[in-house]
Ligand binder design. Structure first.
Ligand code: ZN
Length: 297
């Protein structure tokens, strides 16, 4: 697979997760997100090499396994490559067990220690948002929290890599419960991207590039609001526990969960929207009959 040019010096390596390649004048390349695993990383490195570029640094936009699982392979080939990430995300990339640990709420059973939830460890340097020169490439790192507790979108010139602050339309249709750790922040981050001027192409973490940033934001906002409304309706149907609410929300949105990992991820999404509704005062949380339940206020 070859790199898809987005501008003179910025390229997309499309995949289940998109990787971005920012080239400098001397043939160095900043790699942004390395994909799920060795298979993605191997193809990414081959495409970078075929384009006459040499990796000079790695940036992980956030700590989900599908965005940094390829680090280990990239670092085996280029052991000296600096890796950086938002500070909290860098901690998880260094101690990846934290991801299934926080999703499960305890040390996860082996069935949940899959590559989708548990990537190999790599050492990422914590990096604050702002303008940085990484591996010879000047980029702007924009804070877009919500999908992950901390996450950066990356901008150079007219190109915006939104990471998972925005999902492509096909991904939204396929996964109506898009992952978020903080749904209110995810909505605010999506809205905030509309304040950027001069963006000519936007690349979501999952999906195709688009020239219409505002339409992509609108689609994501609609999807997030649909989920919040679905969660509120589920609570209005009667006070219930998280698992019962999750079943109601999935039924309402046509989601069919088939494995424990999906149930954990979706339960986190539900919990995020419940937190937002609790904060808004629309619902309350209490313990009744030894059950943690959520009820309409
Ligand atoms: Zn993610």
């Amino acid at each position: 697979m070859t790199l898809l040019p987005l501008s003179d010096d910025t390229f997309l390596f499309p995949g289940a997760v998109n990787s971005l390649i920012f080239a400098d004048e001397s043939g160095g390349a900043l790699l942004v997100d390395t994909g799920l695993d060795e298979s993605h990383a191997r193809k990414l490195l081959r495409a970078v090499q075929d384009a006459g570029l040499t990796p000079s640094a790695v940036l992980n936009t956030h700590s989900h396994a599908d965005h940094h699982g390829g680090n280990a392979f990239v670092l085996r080939r280029f052991p000296e490559l600096p890796v950086c990430a938002p500070p909290l995300e860098a901690a998880i990339i260094h101690f990846p067990m934290l991801e299934p640990l926080y999703l499960y709420g305890a040390l996860p059973p082996r069935e949940l220690q899959t590559k989708f939830l548990l990537a190999p460890s790599s050492s990422a340097r914590p990096l604050e948002a702002g303008t940085h020169t990484l591996g010879g490439v000047k980029v702007e790192l924009l804070e877009v929290p919500g999908h992950a507790v901390q996450m950066y979108a990356v901008r150079r010139g007219g190109v915006l890599y939104a990471a998972d602050a925005l999902f492509g339309p096909d991904t939204l249709a396929k996964h109506p419960l898009t992952f978020c750790a903080d749904s209110a922040e995810q909505k605010a981050s999506a809205a905030g991207l509309l304040n950027l001027h001069g963006i000519t192409v936007t690349v979501p973490g999952h999906g195709d590039p688009t020239g219409d940033l505002s339409e992509l934001v609108r689609l994501n906002q609609e999807s997030l609001e649909r989920t919040t409304t679905g969660v509120l309706e589920a609570v209005r149907a009667g006070a219930a526990s998280t698992d019962e609410l999750l079943a109601r929300v999935c039924d309402g949105l046509g989601v069919n969960m088939t494995h424990p990992g999906a149930a954990l991820l979706n339960r986190s999404v539900l919990s995020a929207h419940l937190s937002e509704l609790l904060h808004l005062g629309s619902i309350e949380m209490k313990v009744s009959g030894n059950r943690l339940i959520f009820a309409e206020r």
